[in-house]
Design a protein around this ligand. Structure first.
Ligand SMILES: [Zn+2]
Length: 869
């Protein structure tokens, strides 16, 4: 991990970047010439000649540098970086290129800082002044708006197969530094432009390399031609098939973590996220659509309109089509527009028609051909137009920015003046502090614990009860809005026509008890982890408490060291202390000689304190030799993937195993199920998907045989629905509450959107009753907050275990269509069906959704390691 401000410490050439051959040569020859005075004049002349030549040839347009006109072929990611680097070298007084990280596949992530030479010479003081304006600098002096430039941040190609924007980035960079361009020269006097030419290089190259491999000598504009139909999993997502435009706040992905760290070190006033939509759509730019989150200020809305009108001016001049105020809402906080908005910027999404169906040229429904050149030109135009608008309004932009953060520090409009999150498991609190750190939200501890607040678990105003560990967040801080958006118990939704989930509150997602408090809390800025794990020495065995995902990681780690891990199916007590169901037990017997050492290593690594036990005789409950203590047999896990599986769903499971649980998983294409030898595996995961293979009797029988012979299937979301469509004994609960009025089918055409919405649930939070005496529920209280994203619930399993169920009043927060409100009750959401020697775990709702629902990770581990043992 690079030091935080690496790019600001090393001057024009950050350490990891090689000097150009030209510069090296000049330095060496200077030394040499000093030692040979006779040669000095000749060398000086030669040096000057070289420099002059280098400069006159140095700055090249994208076409000159790449050898083709932008839009006539695709530029692979490394060539984009090459061009940015070449421009930075040719114009070092105007452009500084910084490598801020790498992707999973090892591609470079870079930022270019572009401004006029006077600003570039004091870039670090511009940055720190900007942070002072927000109150986010370590130095708490006020900062100045007068001599400071505005900061405009342009992010390209977050969706890898929405490719035109990175091509536009090449054109935009050149326009900003082109000596013949007097307009941009003027704008850059009071503006620093930050360009991220490609947020998602792995996705982009996945698309571009594929496209280049299938396109003919000429592109084919027929939409049915194969070059317009991208194969699974598509280039939209990153390496692990995560949508990076849903990950800004959660930062589960390596690209997001590295980028948002840079973003939060700069905090721009304007941010544009460039996208593409369907080929038949025109261009979309701000102002955005409803629903708006209530925290969005009138100024943020007004400035969006100003930018939109300026964009429209150029589109009108060229006769190009566009739309505004529709479809792209501002609610879910993990987008490239909302995240900047909740951090005080004017955040916007710009959408060009095109995307993966665009190719180099495609025939649209209206008979025109849309080319990559058109698409890039439009993005280029809005990018420059945005910089122009920001530059023209720089002073107001900075003053409003300062005011935004002043209001934040005064907790203006904050209904809750603070939040306190508490848990008996410190690792859960640590997970919350990691999220807060990643978002630059201040937190600490409270010493006065006699106050009342809204208890998230009960939905009632109650006295605070500390469960052992806590973290407190005050609304009086620069990041007050972001803290509110992440924490608040209810998101105000003024309209449900959203692209995304409408509830995400952190206490629910992280499985901790939250209190939203209306009085001002005295929060001391002194949070540190309390638990320091100490090594144990035992002759017989060790106990490891099981209360958070960290304990599941210990199972994964120990199993791979060939350590047998047992767990208790019933509570027991030893030495005056009670241990819950799921407590891990590692014994000397049957284990490697260094078992005690391995337990200590795992405990240290995953920060869970083990307890030494010198005997298998427990004070109360089952002894270690009891049948109620189960051994986790070594588990080999496979999952289905490929084109019958949701790429996002498969990616979540893949990322979960590789990057979080750190346990091996074998990926099998669903189409290869017929020839897979399932006997080699104990667990088969069916991530969200459509699974037409399950319509095929032989595939379905093969899966049933796998289970009857002792295997375990874990089915998620669409896989559960596919099984319910077959003869697995699972049934969707029929809706009996449908309105059967006489005029039910008479509807107004103009109301069709609302009618559609009344039957949808884009993602709301429900409280499930959880049977925590079943191994699937170990480590949890008797309830679980889930996101509910589909409109169905399942009938209770007659001869299975209904572990997570929805009763009558389980709705908590988020949008649920009016027609669904009555239907979502009295059904199974998580269940386990025993079949022969094995079992099937049903997750109707996905516990690993985007990997941000931290509290679901243990549930999934329970399914893998505990169920059916
Ligand atoms: Zn997109």
């Amino acid at each position: 991990m690079a030091p935080r401000y690496l790019f600001l410490e090393d001057g024009a050439h950050p350490g990891s970047w090689p000097l150009t051959a030209d510069l090296v040569w000049r330095q060496e020859s200077e030394v040499w010439s000093k030692n040979h005075p006779i040669m000095r004049k000749l060398l000086l002349f030669f040096c000057l000649f070289t420099i002059v030549t280098a400069y006159s040839q140095g700055l090249q347009s994208p076409e000159q540098y790449l050898g083709y006109k932008i839009g006539t072929r695709y530029t692979r990611h490394h060539r984009i970086v090459d061009y940015f680097r070449a421009v930075a070298q040719a114009k070092p007084d105007m452009v500084k290129l910084v490598k801020y990280g790498e992707t999973n596949e090892g591609r470079e992530l870079v930022l270019a800082f572009i401004s006029d030479p006077a600003n570039m010479a004091k870039l670090e003081s511009i940055r720190s002044n900007n942070m002072k304006l927000a109150g986010l600098d370590a130095d708490k002096s006020a900062g100045s708006t007068d001599n400071a430039p505005g900061i405009v941040w342009l992010s390209y190609n977050v969706h890898g197969n929405e490719t035109s924007s990175s091509e536009a980035a090449l054109l935009t960079l050149y326009a900003l530094v082109d000596p013949a361009n007097n307009q941009t020269k003027e704008w850059l006097k009071n503006t620093v432009v930050v360009m991220d030419p490609c947020i998602n290089p792995d996705g982009r190259d996945r698309y571009v390399n594929w496209f280049n491999s299938v396109v003919g000598k000429q592109y084919n504009a027929e939409p049915i031609s194969r070059e317009h139909i991208e194969p699974w999993p598509g280039g939209r997502s990153n390496h692990y098939n995560f949508d990076l435009n849903r990950d800004w706040a959660w930062q589960t992905q390596v690209e997001s973590r590295q980028r948002v760290k840079q973003y939060n070190a700069w905090m721009p006033q304007v941010h544009v996220d460039f996208h593409e939509q369907g080929i038949n759509e025109p261009y979309y730019f701000a102002p955005a659509a409803n629903p708006f989150h209530e925290v969005i200020t009138p100024w943020q809305k007004d400035f969006q309109e100003l930018i939109g009108r300026n964009n429209a001016k150029y589109f009108d001049q060229n006769g190009w089509l566009f739309f505004t105020k529709e479809r792209f809402d501002l609610l879910y906080p993990s987008y490239g527009d909302t995240y900047p908005i909740y951090n005080g910027a004017i955040g916007m999404t710009f959408e060009q028609g095109g995307g993966p169906r665009g190719g180099l040229g495609v025939l649209k429904a209206d008979g025109d051909t849309l080319t990559l050149l058109d698409r890039a030109t439009h993005h280029y135009t809005t990018g420059l137009s945005t910089i122009e608008t920001a530059s023209r309004n720089k002073q107001k932009l900075l003053e409003e920015y300062r005011k935004y953060f002043e209001d934040s520090r005064n907790a203006k409009n904050a209904e809750y003046k603070g939040y306190v999150l508490t848990s008996k498991d410190e690792n859960k609190i640590k997970a919350v502090t990691r999220l807060l750190d990643q978002n630059g939200i201040a937190y600490g501890t409270i010493s006065n614990k006699t106050f009342k607040g809204l208890n998230f678990n009960t939905g009632k105003e109650e006295s605070y009860t500390d469960e052992g560990y806590h973290v407190a967040i005050s609304a009086y801080q620069p990041k007050s809005v972001m803290a509110k958006v992440l924490m608040e118990p209810k998101t105000l939704v003024n309209d449900s026509n959203t692209y995304d989930i409408t509830a995400w509150s952190v206490p629910y997602a992280y499985g901790v008890t939250g209190y939203a408090v209306k009085e001002k809390l005295e929060v001391a800025n002194n949070w540190t982890a309390k638990t320091a794990v100490t090594a144990i020495s035992s002759t017989y065995g060790a106990l490891i408490p099981y209360g958070s995902f960290s304990s599941a990681k210990i199972i994964a780690w120990l199993l791979q060291k060939n350590v047998k891990v047992r767990f208790a199916e019933k509570p027991f007590s030893y030495n005056g202390k009670t241990y819950d169901r799921g407590t891990l037990i590692v014994l000397r017997t049957g284990n490697p000689a260094n078992w005690n050492e391995l337990v200590n290593q795992a405990a240290q690594k995953f920060e869970v304190q083990p307890v030494a036990v010198p005997t298998g005789f427990m004070d109360k409950g089952a002894d270690f030799g009891s049948p109620d203590v189960k051994v986790i047999v070594p588990i080999k896990v496979a999952m289905l993937t490929g084109d019958q599986v949701s790429s996002l769903g498969a990616g979540e499971v893949w990322h979960y195993f590789e990057q979080q649980l750190e346990y091996p998983v074998t990926l099998i294409n669903a189409a290869d199920l017929g020839r897979a030898n399932l006997k080699n595996f104990q667990v088969l995961i069916l991530p969200d998907g459509s699974y037409r293979t399950l319509n095929d009797k032989s595939s379905s029988d093969k899966l049933k045989d796998f289970v009857r012979n002792g295997g375990k299937i874990i089915a998620v979301d669409g896989a559960v629905a596919a099984m319910a469509g077959g003869d697995w004994g699972l049934k969707l609960r029929e809706d009996k509450s449908e309105d059967k009025g006489d005029y039910i089918n008479v509807r107004k055409y103009a109301d069709r959107d609302g009618q559609y919405l009344s039957g949808t649930i884009p993602g709301a939070i429900y409280k499930l009753e959880l049977d925590n005496t079943h191994p699937l529920g170990f480590g949890y209280p008797d309830f679980y907050f889930t996101l509910k994203q589909d409109a169905g619930v399942y009938e209770f399993l007659k001869d299975g275990w209904n572990v997570g169920i929805m009763k009558k009043d389980s709705y908590v927060t988020g949008f649920t269509g009016i027609k669904l409100k009555g239907k979502l009750k009295d059904g199974m959401i998580f269940g386990v069906q025993d079949l022969g020697g094995g079992s099937i775990v049903y997750f109707d709702e996905d516990p690993l959704f985007r990997n941000f629902w931290e509290n679901g990770k243990l549930l999934f581990a329970n399914a893998v390691f505990f169920v059916g043992q």
